[in-house]
Design a protein around this ligand. Structure first.
Ligand code: AOF
Ligand code: ZN
Length: 427
């Protein structure tokens, strides 16, 4: 992502600028949006191109898209609305992986209501797909749209999938359909951060979640960390878990906290629970090994870890994922290099990973630049000497320290949730 000046933002993100003028966004979040915005999705239609009704319909499409949360991965979240003459005729969303696409759901809903989509406008949070092929579950939405008589298609984001990436728009335009893109593009970037991260970087979206004291400690010197944050912050963490494909911790965190890493304080399904444990040295008594859905516990180990132990864990019903580690990886957290770990998780269809600690794990993800978002819960406690959130690397100067972009803060109970994003400078 490019770091642009606020002035450059004025023309590239008209809808977003309007929100800022209306006082809905602060100057800081204005800059944030630009930082996070991928150049692929800039160049939306002009300011006046979207009516209040257009905005209302696209917002509706976004809230429909969210209904698929936790069920569509590795596919994106997509919502669609069909409207004509200021009236919504049908709505749909991508409900689950492999299922019908949002556009088809919405167009089917129009027909089911005994109406015709001819001459209507279709609002899609994502560019409609236009390809078939190996592993593709659904027919191309562009063909369906062209056949339906829809007159205009509005899109929030371009689909970065290499087989789409603008081709969906071209296919619609070639059939004489007017296409306008960029409406709430920033909202779409956030909605599908996991899908976009994978398409652009070839690895899952990595979110580091840190619960720390005001002075940056995640545990007392003896390892005690229960609880730095209060229940309201922990509820928020459970919500984050429910939205992530996987949570990831190091072996040390399991030894110190014996966590379940499940979703209990919020609604949502349990994510995969990945534990980095190169030598398979977790005690048999660890809670993660006895949960009812223990197949979702994924012990990531070195390829040459003890074969008997691997088998014993598999017999218990947990999943073991051996990862080939180069011989010089002893300095990596739990002895495993992170890039191949993320690649192995990707291969299992995991598109978002919530990293929950501990210090060695946080430090390595940051040091290696393999992260996208940092969510730090700051509790009103001062530990003094204790275990710091990160260590083991040192920026030479303040200028060289890792600088987060698109920062925001939110108050949760007595905690401050501080969030920020990796600023990529490679495109
Ligand atoms: C859309 N609308 O609702 C979704 C899209 O295997 P398939 O057929 O489900 O295709 C998955 C790909 O289609 C996925 O990688 C992404 O590029 C796009 N997802 N596209 O037009 C939708 N979910
Ligand atoms: Zn589609």
């Amino acid at each position: 992502m490019k770091q642009s000046s606020a002035a450059a933002a004025e023309s590239a993100f008209p809808a977003f600028d309007r929100e800022r003028q209306n006082g809905m966004l602060t100057a800081a979040s204005a800059e944030s949006a630009v930082l996070r915005h991928d150049s692929d999705n800039s160049g939306g239609a002009a300011e006046g191109a979207f009516s209040a009704f257009d905005r209302q319909c696209m917002k509706r499409a976004f809230s429909l898209a969210r209904r698929g949360e936790g069920r569509t991965s590795p596919n994106p979240l997509v919502g669609a609305v069909v409207a004509r003459d200021g009236r919504i005729l049908g709505e749909g969303w991508h409900r689950s992986y492999g299922g019908k696409h949002a556009e088809r759901e919405a167009l089917d809903a129009v027909l089911a209501a005994g109406l015709s989509p001819a001459g209507s406008d279709l609002y899609c949070t994502l560019e409609p797909c236009c390809f078939t092929g190996h592993g593709k579950h659904q027919p191309p939405c562009t063909e369906l749209i062209v056949g339906s008589g829809v007159r205009r298609v509005l899109i929030a984001n371009r689909d970065p999938h290499p087989a789409v990436n603008g081709e969906g728009v071209r296919a619609l335009q070639a059939a004489g359909i007017a296409v306008q893109s960029g409406l709430f593009a920033e909202k779409g970037e956030e909605l599908n951060e996991a899908f976009f991260a994978f398409q652009r970087r070839g690895r899952p979206f990595v979110q580091l979640k840190i619960a720390q004291t005001l002075d940056g400690k995640i545990a007392a010197l003896n390892g005690n960390a229960r609880w730095i944050t209060d229940e309201s912050a922990r509820e928020e963490v459970h919500r984050l878990r429910g939205r992530s494909d996987a949570v990831l911790v190091g072996r040390g965190t399991v030894l110190a906290d014996d966590p379940e890493l499940t979703v209990r304080l919020a609604k949502g399904r349990n994510p995969v629970r990945a534990v980095l444990d190169s030598r398979l040295s977790l005690p048999d008594s660890a809670k993660l090994l006895s949960l009812p859905d223990k197949e979702k516990t994924l012990i990531v180990c070195a390829a040459d870890a003890d074969a008997e132990r691997m088998q014993r864990l598999r017999d218990r019903g947990v999943t073991v994922l051996p990862v080939a580690a180069p011989p010089d990886s002893s300095g990596s957290p739990a002895g495993l290099p992170l890039a191949p770990v993320l690649a192995a998780l990707s291969e299992r269809g995991i598109r978002s990973v919530l990293v929950e600690g501990g210090r060695g794990i946080f430090s390595s993800f940051l040091k290696e630049g393999l992260w996208d978002k940092l969510s730090v819960f700051i509790a009103p406690r001062i530990m003094g000497d204790g275990i710091p959130a990160v260590s083991g690397f040192a920026a030479e100067t303040v200028q060289k320290a890792i600088r987060l972009g698109a920062v925001s803060t939110r108050r949760i109970g007595d905690q401050l949730l501080f969030e920020g994003f990796h600023v990529y400078r490679d495109h």
